[in-house]
Design a protein around this ligand. Structure first.
Ligand code: AMP
Ligand code: MG
Length: 321
């Protein structure tokens, strides 16, 4: 049985007992465990079916707590001051006395850290008082959850509890920035637009688009091509749609689809990000029920959160491994 919790103190108590607790953040729901408890961390990988080479992000109540575990240079401190709490994850070198289990970082000498901008998450983290490892609270490779109902669908019965914070405000995962290798490299576009990061620290290396990128390397082991995948095939950059397809619309919808979900009629990137995973889930469930051939996604051009949306859609459309 997976309990639905309202009180962040109850969530913290479960974490202390070594249990898995899904909790809301501004991006998506995370699947949390005590990052210093090897058994609890191992349970995250087991519950998600996540490969052990894919490291987890550690969540903290504030920047001081995060920077007690990793080496933060001036750029990391400037970014933390500007964007934390918020949807930016920094990959930094582990300190020699870092308390986080090596397994949480997949054995790497770096650790991904962030402070989420969500009152319930912060209250839980403060009450718990230590690092909380938390990937997205979905089965590995599937669509990320942006509501307690999504988490229940994905992990109900496999985890102790879900802290109920309603719908997530941002809707796509955090931007992951690697500062450990000397330069600054974007590992995953996300909730903080890269332009805003560059305004603070200067030029950031951009990844190749997912379909053009080489196989994941040790530096960014989580950048698997196929991810966020619905069961129905997804077709990108649709300019027309067939009667036996579901449509993921961005702006005035193409005519003729069997069913349609709208990301943002006014083509607002933030509204579209917030709607993305829920819309994909609904089209996938309803499309399968109706026996449709697949989902056609209209183009989502532009900057801001649009690159993160295009990244998720490209991975959702990629051939399964
Ligand atoms: P998730 O928490 O499931 O949304 O995924 C976390 C993302 O951060 C994955 O793409 C990971 O590969 C990436 N990540 C976490 N830790 C590190 C690290 N130490 N170095 C590089 N990438 C990381
Ligand atoms: Mg994930």
């Amino acid at each position: 049985m997976t309990a639905l919790l309202r009180d962040p103190l109850d969530a913290a108590a479960l974490l202390r007992a070594g249990a898995l607790v899904a909790f809301p953040t501004e991006t998506v729901y995370g699947l949390g465990a005590d990052a210093c408890n090897g058994r609890a961390v191992a349970e995250i990988f087991a519950a998600k079916g996540r490969p052990h080479f894919n490291p987890l992000i550690c969540h903290f109540a504030d920047a001081d707590a995060a920077f007690a575990q990793v080496r933060a240079d001036a750029r990391a401190r400037a970014l933390a001051a500007r964007f934390w709490p918020g949807p930016l994850t920094l990959v930094l070198p582990r300190l020699a006395d870092c308390r986080v289990e090596l397994l949480a970082g997949a054995g790497l000498d770096t650790l991904a850290v962030r402070v989420p901008a969500h009152d319930l998450a912060l209250a839980m983290l403060r009450a718990f008082g230590g690092p909380v490892a938390a990937p997205s609270a979905n089965r590995s490779g599937r669509v990320s959850p942006t509501s307690p109902a999504h988490v229940m669908e994905e992990l109900g019965g496999r985890i102790a509890a879900i802290l109920d914070g309603g719908e997530c405000a941002v809707g796509v995962e955090s931007t992951v920035l690697d500062l450990a290798a000397g330069g600054a490299a974007l590992l995953r576009p996300g909730g903080v637009p890269v332009e805003e990061i560059e305004a603070v620290i200067g030029p950031v290396g951009r990844p190749l688009p997912p379909e053009a990128a080489p196989a994941p390397t040790l530096r960014s082991p989580g950048l698997l091509l196929s991810h966020y995948a619905p069961a129905l095939p997804l077709r990108l950059e649709a300019r027309e749609v067939a009667a036996d397809e579901a449509l993921l619309a961005f702006g005035p919808p193409l005519p003729g689809a069997a069913i349609t979900e709208q990301l943002s009629l006014s083509r607002d990137d933030r509204e579209a990000a917030r709607n993305l995973f829920g819309a994909l889930r609904r089209l996938d469930a309803e499309g399968q029920r109706l026996g449709l051939r697949g989902i056609a996604a209209m183009p989502v051009p532009g900057g801001g959160l649009a690159p993160a949306i295009r990244d998720r859609l490209a991975r959702a459309a990629a051939p399964r491994a």
